[in-house]
Design a protein around this ligand. Structure first.
Ligand code: CS2
Ligand code: MG
Length: 402
């Protein structure tokens, strides 16, 4: 079999998605997700100008060799643009191989290790009682795990708070909006939220919280300590994680489990975190982390050090990434949890898929390949619209850590 062509599609059925389609001389095609929130067109150019021409004529079954060729051959290694582009190619190749061999991708990886993939949903609200209601709504839908985010009293907006909407979208159209942040107000408030949630829902539900990289190590240590009585499943992205050593300071102060890595793009972003056992869950998704091929290696290293997977699954990862993640999750021995931020019905229509939700678990379905398709005609009705994540300033105007 030979790769004959590759096309990149950009569409916006509610939000922007970049989709790669690789064609073969046997009529089988593969799909990959290349969406990089707020920097979409950089990956489009990378694929169209620099990657697709090098793939024509290659054997799509040589997944490992093509991965090494794109990673090592570029000379300029790593980075979110490069790794998202490589991931899209890698997903498409696993999809092609599964279709050609008539088997779901989880079988190519080693077969299922569990019945389903435990997911967590996003409950949020403007105040504590709104969050209480939202968590209840997720529990009624069957979720076993819920992430809770809340508006902070005294701050006009808080990132990650969708206020009761099942389909929350963090990016906003136009130029980046600016939000105001106060660490003091946040730190004083958040333990009260989890105290109330435990009072109402008891100990059985898994509760998670995302800090969105907003604290220093010692502030994160304080938060982790104060949340210990409410035994979170995890505390996510407590600090900006370019400096892996930061986690040493958090780790020595608290037993609250730590998760990080949605912005990581290679094993070298996490090797110290893993080998020093500074975290409990690694969030790097199949899309950000160079595809299934590279994430297998990352997961294998993590397994040796008691670190489990907890893949990023926000709306800016398309249903193609969600499908690839679910095949991986169903197989990977050291699975922890999968984020599941629901896509809008418009997005699901553009990307019809076999994965389904049941009783708090997602299952990838049993179709050959990834089990997801792309409706080009429908996608063409939703052209690209520039959109960005918000930036943060402190109350005095200082640009703040993301
Ligand atoms: C969040 C995301 O899902 C998460 O954990 O951190 O909403 C994240 O901010 C976006 O995916 C960024 O594109
Ligand atoms: Mg996050």
């Amino acid at each position: 079999m030979k790769i004959t062509d590759g096309k990149v599609f950009v569409c916006s059925p509610g939000r922007n998605f970049v989709t790669l389609k690789l064609y073969t001389d046997e009529g089988i095609y593969g799909l990959g997700d290349a969406t990089l929130n707020g920097r979409e067109m950089a990956v489009v150019a990378y694929l169209e100008e620099h990657v697709i021409p090098c793939l024509i004529g290659r054997d799509p079954f040589q997944i490992e060799d093509i991965w090494q060729y794109l990673y090592k051959g570029a000379y300029w290694r790593r980075g979110p643009v490069t790794m998202s582009a490589i991931a899209a190619v890698d997903m498409a190749l696993w999809d092609i191989k599964g279709k050609a061999l008539n088997t779901p991708v989880y079988n190519l990886l080693g077969g299922p290790s569990r019945y389903g993939v435990m997911v967590y949903g996003h409950a949020s609200g403007g105040d504590i009682e709104e969050v209480v209601d939202e968590v209840g709504r997720y529990l009624e839908m069957g979720y076993k795990a819920v992430r809770a985010q809340c508006g902070i009293p005294g701050l006009p907006t808080t990132y990650g708070v969708g206020r009761g909407k099942l389909f929350y979208e963090p990016a906003e159209k136009g130029l980046p909006p600016e939000h105001i942040w106060s660490t003091e107000k946040y730190l004083n408030f958040i333990p009260k939220l989890f105290q109330r949630l435990r009072d109402v829902y008891g100990d059985d539900v898994h509760l998670l919280h995302d800090v969105h990289h907003r604290l220093t190590p010692i502030e994160a240590a304080r938060l982790g300590k104060e949340l210990e009585p409410y035994h979170l499943f995890w505390l996510e992205d407590p600090v900006p994680a370019e400096l892996q050593e930061s986690f040493r300071w958090i780790r020595q102060h608290t037993t609250t489990p730590l998760a990080v890595g949605e912005v990581f793009n290679s094993i070298y972003d996490a090797h110290l975190l893993i080998t020093e056992q500074l975290i409990d869950y690694l969030r790097t998704s199949v899309l950000r982390g160079g595809g299934i091929t590279h994430m297998r290696k990352v997961a294998a290293l993590a397994e040796l050090y008691h670190v489990r997977t907890g893949f990023h699954g926000a709306t800016d990862l398309s249903p193609i990434t969600m499908a690839a993640a679910l095949h991986f999750d169903l197989w990977v021995p050291n699975f922890g949890i999968q984020e599941y931020m629901r896509h809008t019905p418009e997005t699901d229509e553009v990307f019809p898929h076999t994965y389904y939700f049941q009783d708090g678990y997602l299952h990838p379905g049993d179709a050959p390949g990834l089990g997801v398709d792309f409706n080009e005609e429908l996608a063409a009705r939703y052209p690209y619209e520039r959109a960005y994540l918000p930036v943060n300033r402190k109350e005095d105007g200082t640009m703040f850590n993301w």
